[in-house]
Ligand binder design. Structure first.
Ligand code: ADP
Ligand code: MG
Length: 253
């Protein structure tokens, strides 16, 4: 099967600092692939380049064979590659459901203005999306609070809403940068199950950066390890756990 994403010789420099150095790997459709590495290794920088928030200094990112690196984030998102959790816009004065619906319109081709003005096309699109919106809300366990204002939600529910907003754009590839950060064990396990269902039931390809190693080992099909901006290993969770370079990178940090 051809890869859904190709990371090709990506190098990112910030002045004299090389945050990513000649990183290459492929991601298969429907795969859950984690990128691990010590703090400052360059994981977030890599994700930003995939999602369009940063442009590679050299190298490129391809989605279904087409170059996407260099495109603006909203264009990358429209193609179906969405980074969530960090810098997600949640409208605090809107309900859970309104947030999900607005996010769909913001990133889809349907005009947001049309949605607010209630034009015929927008109404038809809204009706069509309404069921999906409720499905997403239920999927994330937010069903009971769908009409609650976002400003009233506790942190855990806000995180789930952030994910709902990401899913509302109906992504093919979702990039999760430290989604379990600050979660307790139970919350993490619930989220792990959710991410797996996202792949199993919706066929979404998942790229994950996460420090919770037990969670990473449990959820990932494959892992790429980077250290000081360079890819040092790639393989199954078992291969990565036994890799001397990976062990050294973590012990040395
Ligand atoms: P990680 O996510 O693996 O912890 P980052 O990708 O955030 O690492 O950062 C990698 C390196 O690049 C770090 O040294 C960080 O300070 C640097 N860096 C990241 N973004 C910028 C930026 N916008 N300007 C300058 N340096 C940056
Ligand atoms: Mg980071």
């Amino acid at each position: 099967m051809s890869p859904i994403l190709e990371i090709r010789n990506v190098t990112k420099k910030f002045g004299g600092l090389t945050a990513n150095n000649d990183i290459s790997f492929d991601v298969a459709p429907g795969e859950i692939l984690s990128v691990i590495g010590p703090n400052g290794a360059g994981k977030s920088t890599l994700f930003k380049q995939i999602a369009g928030f940063e442009k590679p200094t050299t190298g490129e990112v391809r989605f279904k064979g087409e170059r996407i690196s260099g495109l603006a984030p909203h264009r990358v998102a429209r193609l179906g590659v969405v980074r969530t959790f960090q810098e997600t816009t949640i409208f605090r004065s809107m309900t859970v459901r309104e947030n999900v619906i607005v996010s769909h319109h913001l990133r889809s081709r349907a005009s947001l203005l049309g949605y607010f003005l209630g034009t015929a096309t927008a109404r038809a699109d809204e009706a069509e999306f309404a069921r999906s919106a409720d499905e997403i809300i239920d999927f994330l366990g937010l069903g009971a609070i769908r009409d609650e204002l976002a400003s009233n939600l506790p942190q855990g529910h806000l995180r789930a809403l952030g994910m709902a907003i990401g899913l509302a754009t109906q992504p093919q590839v979702i990039l999760l940068d430290e989604p379990f950060a600050g979660m307790n064990h139970d919350e993490t396990m619930r989220m792990v199950a959710l991410v797996r269902r996202l792949r199993d039931e919706r066929g979404v390809t998942v790229l994950l950066v996460e420090h919770d190693m037990p969670a990473v080992m449990k959820i990932s099909d494959r892992i790429v390890c980077i250290n000081f901006g360079e890819k040092i290993a790639e393989g199954s969770p078992a291969e990565i756990q036994a890799n001397p370079r990976v062990i050294e990178a973590y012990l040395g940090s």
